[in-house]
Design a protein around this ligand. Structure first.
Ligand SMILES: NC(=O)c1ccc[n+]([C@@H]2O[C@H](COP(=O)([O-])OP(=O)(O)OC[C@H]3O[C@@H](n4cnc5c(N)ncnc54)[C@H](OP(=O)(O)O)[C@@H]3O)[C@@H](O)[C@H]2O)c1
Length: 231
C-alpha cells in the first residue's frame, strides 16, 4: 500500500513548516507548497528527509492563481502520490493603523485568505471526493471566533469568511472530511513585532497545534472547529 501524503500550503516557514516536520514523524509523506521562499522550502524539505524515509516534495504555487493550483494537482498525479490530506495553511496579514487601512491592502488579504483557499478547496476537494477519501484541514485563527480587534480588521473579516467557506464545504462533500483549527497567537514571521511587544503576548505552543491537527486528520467526523491556545 502506498504511504499517505499530506499537502501543506504555505509549508516553507512558520506554522506550515512546523506542521510539515511534526507530521512527517507520524509516517506521512509531505508535499510543501510555497509561494516564493524557495530556500526556506528546501530547508524544510531537507529537515524532513533527515527524520523520514518517505521522500518529501516541494512545489511552488501561488494559491491565488487557479492555474498554479491546477498544475500542483497535475504534479501530484504525475508522481502517483497517494494524497489523502490537504492542510490549507497559507495565509497573510498586513498590519495597518485604522487611518491607513485601504481598499488595495484589504483586497490582497481577502485574495489569499479566502479566494486562494477557495481555489485549493475546489480543485483538491473535488479530487479527494472522486477518490472517496480524504481530509481538508483549514488553518484559521481565533480572530475569526472570539479574539477580533479593529487593528486586525481585514484579517478578521478574511478569517471569518474562511470559516464559512469550510462550514459550507463540510456540508457539500460526501466523502471528504473538513476541519477548522483556530490557533491563538503564534511566534512566526507573520507577527514580526519588536521584541518588547512580543514579550507581552502569550504565544501558543506549536506542538499543541500539531497535536490537534493530527487528531483532526484521524477524526471520522466532519465540520469540527477547534480553538487551540495556551490560556
Ligand atoms: N501567526 C499567528 O499568530 C497565527 C495565529 C493563528 C493562525 N495563524 C494562521 O496560520 C497560518 C500560517 O501562518 P504563519 O504565522 O505561519 O505565517 P508566515 O510565517 O507568515 O507563513 C506564511 C506562509 O504562507 C505562504 N503563502 C503566503 N501567501 C501565499 C500564496 N499566495 N500562495 C502560497 N503560499 C503562500 C508563505 O510562503 P512563502 O514563504 O513562499 O512566502 C509562507 O509559507 C495562516 O493561515 C495564519 O493566518 C497564524
Amino acid at each position: 500500500m502506498k504511504m499517505p501524503y499530506i499537502l501543506i500550503t504555505g509549508g516553507s516557514r512558520g506554522l506550515g513548516s512546523f506542521l510539515a516536520k511534526y507530521l512527517a514523524k507520524y509516517n506521512y509523506g509531505i508535499i510543501i507548497n510555497y509561494k516564493e521562499n524557495i530556500n526556506e522550502a528546501i530547508k524544510t524539505k531537507e529537515e524532513i528527509a533527515k527524520i523520514s524515509n518517505i521522500p518529501p516534495y516541494i512545489y511552488q504555487a501561488d494559491i491565488t492563481k487557479e492555474n498554479d493550483v491546477l498544475k500542483m494537482l497535475e504534479f501530484i498525479k504525475e508522481k502517483e502520490i497517494n494524497l489523502e490530506v490537504v492542510i490549507l495553511n497559507a495565509g497573510i496579514d498586513i498590519y495597518l493603523e485604522m487611518p491607513d487601512k485601504n481598499y488595495e491592502t484589504f483586497k490582497k488579504i481577502l485574495d489569499v485568505n479566502i479566494l486562494g483557499n477557495f481555489n485549493v478547496t475546489k480543485i483538491f476537494g473535488d479530487f479527494l471526493e472522486e477518490k472517496k477519501k480524504g481530509s481538508l484541514i483549514y488553518i484559521n485563527s481565533d480572530n475569526a471566533i472570539d479574539r477580533n480587534d479593529y487593528i486586525s480588521l481585514e484579517y478578521d473579516v478574511s478569517k471569518s469568511g474562511l470559516l464559512m467557506l469550510a462550514k459550507d464545504y463540510s456540508k457539500y462533500f460526501k466523502w471528504v472530511k473538513v476541519h477548522t483549527i483556530a490557533p491563538g497567537w503564534l511566534d512566526t514571521r507573520m507577527n514580526n513585532f519588536p521584541e518588547w511587544v512580543k514579550k507581552q503576548i502569550k504565544f501558543t505552543d506549536l506542538n499543541l497545534v500539531g497535536e490537534v491537527v493530527l487528531k483532526e486528520i484521524k477524526s471520522k467526523e466532519t465540520g469540527n472547529v477547534v480553538i487551540v491556545r495556551d490560556e
